[in-house]
Each structure stands twice: as C-alpha cells, then as structure tokens.
Design a protein around this ligand. Sequence first.
Ligand code: NAP
Ligand code: MG
Length: 479
Amino acid sequence: MVDWQYSESIESPDIVSIKKKYTNYIGGKFVEPKSKKYINTISPSTEELLSKVPLSNEQDINSSVKSAKEGFEVWSKLTPNQRSRYLFKIARLIQERSREFAVLESLDGGKPIKESRDFDLPQVAANFFYFAGWADKLDLSWATKSLKPYGVVGQIIPWNFPLLMLAWKIAPALATGNTVVLKPAETTPLTALLFAEICEQAGLPPGVVNIVTGDGSTGSLIVNHKDINKIAFTGSTQVGKLIQNSLAGRDVGLTLELGGKAANIVYEDAAIDQAVEGVVNGIFFNQGHVCCAGSRLLLQESIHDQFVKKLEKRMQSLRVGNPLDKNTDIGAINSKEQLDKITSLVNEGVEDGGELFQTQCELPGNGFWFRPSLFTNVQPSYSIAREEIFGPVLTTLTFRTPEEAVEIANNTEYGLSAGVWTEKGSKILWTADRLDAGVVWANTFNKFDPSSPFGGYKESGFGREGGRHGLLSYLKASS
Ligand code: NAP
Ligand code: MG
C-alpha cells in the first residue's frame, strides 16, 4: 500500500510584524509600563521568544482604570447610533486585517492556522457586527425596564481563544455603554495588543478600551481596584472562586465563565460515522483547550467496541504539528505548564487502571506537544473522568439506559455543555431537558453563534455571553 502523505503548506508569517517589545494601551495611547517590568511571550510550537510585554503593576492599573472612568464620561454620552458605528467600524477593520490576526494568534498561542483563520477570526468579526446591531436598539428590547451601564468594567481572559474571548467581552460591554480595562493571558497577549491598534484606527475615543498586560497579580489588581464597577472573568474555577471571594460585600457586578467536563452522549441508534466525527471535533478542536470540550464520551454499551474501533482509526489520521501548516489538525499545547498538567493527569489515569490509546504520529523536536489520546476502561471515580484535563485527551464511560446516561452526565461539579447523538428527535429533547448544562448540542458539537447565549451552571460559573442575555450581563437596573 502506498502511504500518501500531505506536502507542507505553510502560511507565511511575513504578514505580521511583531515588535521586539510592546507597551500598554491606556487612554488611547501606547504607554510604557510604570512598573518598568516586562514578561516574555514565546511561540509554544518552537519555544522561540516572540516579544516582551509589560508586567503591569498597581500604578499601571490605577492609570488604566482612571482613563476608563474618563472614557465613560464621553462614551456614555454618545448617542447609541454613534456607539454602534464605532463597533461596526471595528468589525470591518478586523475583517480587513483578518489574516494578520490569524497568523499572530497561531504563532503566540499554538493553535492551527485553519482554526484561527476559519473559526476564531470570523467569529470575532461576527461578534462585533452582532453587538453593533444591538447598540442602538437596547431601549426597544427592554421597553419596560430601566437599565444603565455599570461604568468601568474589568475584563480578564484566558489563553485558549485569546482574541475571541476579547471580542465576547469587549463587544457587548461597549454596545451597552460601558468602558473597559482588559487583561489578556500571560502566554497570549499579542492579538489583544494588535486589537489596540484597531481601536486607534477606528478613532475610538480615548479611554473607552484600555489593554494592560501582566500575570495573575495584574488580574488581581484589577479585581481589587476600588473604582471598578463590574468584573467579567473567563478562566479556571479555582481563580473564579478567588475573585468571587474578593468581591464579596462590594457593590461590583460579576460574571464568571469557568471550567467544564462535558459529557458527549452517543446512543446506540446514532449515525455512528457522523458521531465519530463529532466526538473527534468535540475533544480535539483547539488541542482540547476548550472549556466546553466534549471530554467525557458516554457510549451506550451495545456500541462501545464498534465505536472505539472507528474512533481510534479516525484519530490515527489527525495531523499534529506546525500550527502555521494549513493541513495541521492539532497544534502545540499552549505552554510547558499546561503540558505538564496534561501529562500528570494522563499518568494518573494509567496508574488508576485506565486503558490508554495514543496515536503514533511523529512529534516536532522543539515546542510543547501531546499525542491525541483516548482512555477506555475508566471508572467514574478516576481523576481523568472528573477533572478538567484541558488537552487532547478523551475519557470513555459506558451506560445502558437513557436514565443512566443522564445520571452519569450530571455527576460532575461542572455544568457548561453537553452533546447528544441519536436519530430520535424525542430522545434528544428528553435528554437535553434533564442535563444540567448551559449548552446542549444535538448531533453536532462546538457550534457557536453570537446570537446564542453561552455560559454555565454549578462550578462552571454564572452569567451569559452572547445574545440578548449577554447584553444583560453589562446592564444594571437604574436607581
Ligand atoms: P486561569 O489561570 O484562571 O487564568 C485566566 C485569567 O485570569 C488569565 O488572564 C490569568 O492571568 C488571570 N489570573 C490568574 N490568577 C488571577 C487572580 N488571582 N486574579 C485575577 N486574575 C487572575 O485560567 P487559564 O488556565 O488561563 O484558562 C483555562 C481555564 O479557563 C479552563 O479551566 C477553562 O475551562 C476556562 N475557560 C472557560 C471558558 C468559558 O467560557 N466558560 C472559556 C475559556 C476557558 P495569567 O494568564 O497571566 O496567569
Ligand atoms: Mg505566547
């Protein structure tokens, strides 16, 4: 048999010019950090240094919050139509510079270019267009309620969808008349800083968007600043809990989008090949660095062996490697720390007694990589069945009846998403009705639209992003 291989098809990095060093974006200006300290950001696929960004301290946060407060005086007095036009302009500029953003996202974070190009960037632009459409219709939506913006919103985001999480946060906040101080994650700050250039290009009034970089300590300074009116956080449940504690007793709004351990339930009457494809997408999309990843595969016992065989065969064809290669399915793990976390959980799974299947692809020499992995023979008590691995690792459990499927699916501290695969519409509705999950996908997985609210239950957090619900997260009752 001839072993046909794909030829390389590398997206050129030349479209982006990465500066040696970046500054914060505060009050409409690019300013050196008062801390005078910087942190490195590397490419996780090569471990090469890409650039340095500010490690912002208290003085930097003070000036960004002050500037957002001044920006609010201007922004909140504009007409809704004027705010809408700015958001529309930002959306158009993102579309124009889409390739540049996609390449930078893949370089800084390690995700495959086909995902940053065909998923992240189109979704980013769609979010700004969508919320531009709402900005001048808020009074029509809640005619009986009197709502007003919070004022200055602190926004803290993770590294898995850096620019998309920025869009989910900034677009609805601005559409509702708030101003923001946003901190991107330590390992993926570059697209947020490029977005600052878009704000400048769009002529956004100074102080409406402030981007400050740093680490967890910088995030904590934003949370604890006395002039912050609301915090919107996406990240781990652990840090979410810390933030909730810090805000207790203070008049500060809060939304938390936290972790997940989603069940992807496949009934015996499902279209098996279609379900295999959906399960692969559910866990291997973005290296499994997805809060709503379908990381627990729940198979009806009667189809277990057949399904696992097909799944392993399909996994063998996943191409792992250079994020800038247009054929790559799975890119680099975002950081050494994340790779260590995945490795240790997988080792624990093996010690517990799980049966591990990993694809035998060749991995690049430098950078952080993890083979697509599948666990069978797993007990619900194992860590790999309970903890969020946040990597390309799928854990399989079995069930006999729909009641049992629902019981296992809900037997988790999380409640962010779930998937159901069956040819029977009534079974989809029966199951979805009983799942404690913010989103339930039926015969598909990981589908997003700006008009569809997203968010969790239980330890996956509270508040919604997207849709009308997402607007309400940035509005409060007028006193
Ligand atoms: P993380 O450690 O909680 O970090 C998230 C953000 O918070 C980063 O910007 C981080 O800064 C900052 N931060 C860290 N410590 C802080 C503190 N004490 N106070 C304030 N901010 C602090 O999470 P992660 O490991 O980056 O991201 C993965 C997690 O995010 C997963 O659990 C995933 O499920 C969740 N997630 C949820 C959603 C959702 O919509 N529900 C979406 C994406 C990801 P540094 O990066 O500089 O440390
Ligand atoms: Mg990086």
